[in-house]
Design a protein around this ligand. Structure first.
Ligand code: AME
Ligand code: ZN
Ligand code: ZN
Length: 405
């Protein structure tokens, strides 16, 4: 833990108060804050703008063996919008509210869980290690990316393609995970891939009182039925326990949701067009290209246009066995802390997918056990002790992975 926990909490609060909220995040103030941190910690500071106004900030602490592949400690700086009227405390004040037993305080702010706690813990862990006079073998790059919450297309996606990224010579990365109401810390070694597909049907029009044939809705209906049936099959699998009796997780199955329906102008007019859009998340064990082809064939069979607005075709997983020395180091460190980890596939999409596809093994971890899942929710909070324990977690874990030989 940091030697001065009061100051560590004050810095977290300062970070939380920066309104990096989509759709107009204040990245300028955020970058100034990170520059200040870099100055205090004597870290090399770089800000790269692959898209104007959307900085990727890299803070570097050189290791004693800088030729070894480095460690990326990644976090995104943006946060999702709020419905302020549903919050008990202003979402960008980071108010500290004592818990009922008086032993802790809740810090309420958008981004506490997702994921400013992680970004600030990295900084505090480096500060504590420096105060202890430690040097690490491998170079650390604390990477602060924009726009993860809207897909990372102008952030991590562009960064991993850049010469600046290649120059980092990264060998391993830590990124975000998710809180766990259970007692274990969730560790994500892969992600489900987004497949966002739209089916647009066009058909005959006419008076709503007639038997019009080949209407747009008539063409779209079997497609919706087909995908709803697939949804049910997967849901049934999800509800069936594993052979060892444990519950399946979302990462084990493919989910399908009908999220867009557009059609119609007036109730007695048969519409010319109808659209159904689905948010499908593919579990990494299926063949993504085959799945995509199946959707294209489905559209063709019913004479309907198919458009993929998002399709992630890579299912690289991070090894969680002895073949990956960073996993061994990570697991040994958390075991030493008495923390039990639960390995999972992340149900949604994070910037880790860009890192894994670029060949950098990544683990997604947010050290919040016995904590409600509040990302994107009203009244998002973490407690002061969770934050301070998080710093302790990273002090141990960062040393372990950065000292891998
Ligand atoms: C396909 S880009 C969208 C990214 C977003 N990420 C999260 C973590 O919510 C999602 O999975 O919906
Ligand atoms: Zn996040
Ligand atoms: Zn998020």
């Amino acid at each position: 833990m940091a030697s001065d926990s009061r100051a560590a909490v004050a810095r977290f609060i300062e970070y939380l108060r920066i309104k990096t909220v989509q759709p107009n995040p204040d990245y300028e103030t955020c970058t100034a804050y990170l520059r200040q941190q870099a100055d205090e910690l004597k870290l090399k500071f770089q800000a790269h703008e692959y898209v104007a106004g959307k900085p990727v900030v890299v803070l570097t602490w050189e290791g004693t063996e800088p030729s070894l592949p480095s460690i990326i400690l990644n976090s995104h700086t943006d946060v999702v919008p709020v419905f302020e009227e549903f919050w008990d405390y202003p979402p960008f004040d980071a108010e500290m509210v004592p818990t009922e037993d008086g032993k802790d305080s809740r810090i309420y702010a958008r981004g506490t869980q997702d994921m400013k706690i992680v970004g600030q813990c990295y900084l505090e862990a480096v500060r504590a290690l420096q105060e202890q006079g430690k040097r690490l073998r491998r170079t650390l790059h604390l990477v602060y990316v924009p726009d993860e919450e809207i897909g990372g297309h102008d952030g991590m996606s562009k960064f991993v393609e850049s010469p600046e990224f290649k120059a980092l010579n990264a060998g391993f990365a830590l990124d975000e995970g998710m809180a766990n109401p259970e007692s274990t810390v969730r560790v994500f070694y892969g992600e489900r891939a987004p497949c966002w597909v739209k089916f647009r049907a066009r058909g005959n029009v006419g008076h709503g009182s007639q038997f019009i044939e080949n209407t747009a809705a008539e063409k779209l209906t079997p497609i919706i039925s087909h995908l709803m049936q697939f949804r049910q099959e997967q849901f049934d699998i999800f509800k069936t326990p594993n052979a060892d009796g444990s519950a399946r997780t979302l990462g084990d199955v493919t989910t399908t949701n009908l999220t867009l329906l557009e059609s119609g102008v007036q109730q007695n007019v048969v519409p010319e067009s109808a659209l159904a859009g689905f948010d499908i998340r593919m579990t990494p064990s299926i063949d993504y290209q085959e799945f995509r082809q199946g959707l294209e064939d489905l559209g063709k069979k019913h004479g309907v246009e198919v458009e993929f607005t998002q399709f992630w075709g890579d299912n690289t997983l991070t090894s969680t066995d002895e073949s990956n020395p960073f996993w061994t180091a990570f697991k040994g460190a958390v075991d030493g802390l008495g923390v039990e980890v639960f390995k999972e596939i992340f149900p949604a999409a994070t910037d880790s997918r860009y890192l894994r596809r670029a060949g950098v093994p990544a683990l997604g971890v947010t050290p919040l056990a016995n904590a409600p899942i509040l990302l994107h929710d009203h009244n998002e909070f973490v407690t002061r002790n969770e934050y301070l324990d998080g710093i302790g977690f990273y002090i141990t874990v960062i040393q372990a992975v950065a000292n891998v030989k």
